[in-house]
Design a protein around this ligand. Structure first.
Ligand code: SAM
Ligand code: SF4
Length: 476
């Protein structure tokens, strides 16, 4: 049963709304940044501490270009010190776009009669998954509209179908979900399908704006959505992703809303969300939105750096909504995951309709239309390690971003070697000769760097040889 916010059980009452507009505005209006204070806050984050709402508000209020540069440099340093050069790759796979809601920013809203409605059947889902595997993907996020057809059982079934698809050496090793909120039983059903992260964006944390832009359907209920990931937690899904759709309301409010959501998770569950997303509003079919709060490139880059510093332990996801030049800039601030070769036309991967966007067939416009091959090549050339690693999730080490952050040596022992092995798999199975050469040069360079840091790399080197000989799915 999905549409039952009014039937919250007694034990769910503790999932009470935790966003208070006055608190957030008070912080934005009454914190004044000065140089010493701002630099001390950056230092606190570099010492691996999450920032308070007040400290984050202080960074938000910085306008001095020199101090803004310090914030960006702080985010770069944090990334270099803590996370290194790995970038995890994934692809979104839209399963169906029927929707009962009227989110005025979304091409898939119920009222929009110009949108072609499609739900992949089993064969089509298999074809899409195969096409993604044949590109080299190992991690997907399945995306659904909100509709009675997309029940928890339906979602669980689609997850199982995707996990079962094997094409040559390809397979999907981690399926994440972006779908509507469910009740606790629904989330349990989906948990049992062995999903990775369950992602739900609040869109805007500002209640009044929320009511303005969600004109119909169950999604109009702000509290049902705000407490969704609490119900997921109660159902045993402890790997959750939060996000705000930047451009609906004042970006400063949304950054603090996200941080308040993080605090709530830490306070109630003793663990923060696994990932934070910060999609920026893009054009969509018949979009009907007040444009007063669109976020400029300059503010967007600044807010990503602030989020990095505010919650230094959380994974950050940046999607192909943003053009390549913005992605490249923001990658330096410790983004941990990006999508590659994205095609959000439903059924588009198998049709290879890449680069032929049709706004009436897609939820919104994407702006990075590079293929996965092109993105892999760009990452390798820029000394990033593209990674398809799914090891933590598969050996039951949940909250890997938190472990990367907090367990000394974790990245050197696990993440970097695993990233290099998944890169070697990609090079063997999907890369051109030219990229293969560049990729192995990068692998050798990174192994040498590990050795310089006294890391034993013998097993890693043996495993890379095994991958060259055809062995797959090796990890630490
Ligand atoms: N129907 C589910 C829901 O609403 O939660 C799935 C969400 S949708 C398929 C994924 C996300 O895309 C939404 O949560 C929203 O933040 C984002 N989105 C919707 N319209 C957008 C637009 N015009 N530009 C950028 N992102 C958009
Ligand atoms: Fe439906 Fe999600 Fe689009 Fe809203 S954002 S109209 S719920 S698909």
């Amino acid at each position: 049963m999905i549409y039952s916010p009014e039937k919250l059980k007694i034990e769910d009452q503790r999932m009470v709304p935790f966003i208070h507009d006055e608190e957030i505005w008070d912080l934005i209006n009454n914190t004044k940044p000065d140089k010493d204070k701002v630099n001390a806050i950056i230092e606190k984050s570099l010492n691996k501490n999450r920032l308070t709402l007040e400290e984050t508000a202080t960074l938000i209020n910085v306008t001095d270009p020199e101090l803004i540069e310090n914030i960006k440099q702080g985010a770069r340093t944090l990334k270099e010190r803590v996370y290194g050069e790995r970038i995890v790759l994934f692809a979104p796979l839209y399963v169906g776009n029927k929707c009962i809601n009227n989110c005025m920013y979304c091409g898939y809203r119920a009222q929009n009669k110009d949108t072609l409605r499609v739900t992949l059947d089993k064969d089509q889902l298999i074809s899409e998954t195969k096409a993604l595997e044949d590109d080299g993907h190992k991690r997907l996020i399945l995306v659904y509209g909100e509709h009675p057809s997309y029940s928890a059982d339906f979602i669980a079934e689609t997850v199982k179908i995707v996990y079962d698809v094997k094409s040559k050496n390809g397979e999907i090793r981690r399926v994440n979900i972006n779908a509507a909120p469910f009740d606790i039983d629904g989330f349990r059903t989906i948990r049992d399908a062995k999903i990775g992260t369950y992602q739900i964006f609040q869109e805007t944390y500002h209640r009044e704006t929320y009511q303005k832009v969600h004109k119909g359907g169950v999604k109009r209920n702000y509290d049902w959505r705000l407490t969704a990931l609490d119900r997921a937690q109660e159902a045993g899904i402890d790997d959750v992703g939060i996000g705000a759709l930047f451009g609906l309301y004042d970006w400063r409010f949304e950054v603090l809303g996200l941080l308040r959501h993080v605090n709530h998770f830490e306070a109630v569950y003793n663990v923060g969300p696994h990932t934070i997303s910060f999609p920026r509003l893009k054009n969509a079919s018949n979009m009907d939105i007040d444009k007063n709060h669109l976020v400029s490139d300059e503010d967007f880059v600044k807010l990503v750096a602030i989020l990095r510093l505010a919650v230094p332990y959380t994974g950050m996801i940046l999607t192909a909504r943003e053009p390549a030049h913005i992605r490249n800039q923001v990658l330096q601030f410790g983004v941990s995951q990006i999508d590659g070769g994205t095609n959000i036309q439903i059924g588009g991967y198998a049709k290879k309709s890449h680069n032929q966007q049709n706004i009436n067939e897609e939820q919104f416009q994407i702006n990075d239309t590079r293929t996965l091959k092109e993105i892999m090549e760009d990452l390798i050339e820029n000394d990033y390690i593209p990674s398809f690693c799914t090891a933590c999730y598969r050996v039951g080490r949940t909250g890997e971003h938190f472990m990367e952050f907090s367990v000394p040596g974790f990245i050197k022992r696990f993440c970097t070697p695993n990233a290099l092995m998944t890169l070697a798999e990609y090079l063997e199975d999907y890369a051109t000769e030219e990229v293969k050469i560049k990729g192995y040069n990068l692998i050798n360079k990174k192994i040498a760097e590990l050795e310089k840091e006294n890391q034993n790399t013998e097993t890693l080197k043996e495993r890379i040889e095994l991958i060259k000989q055809g062995k797959r799915d090796l990890y630490f």
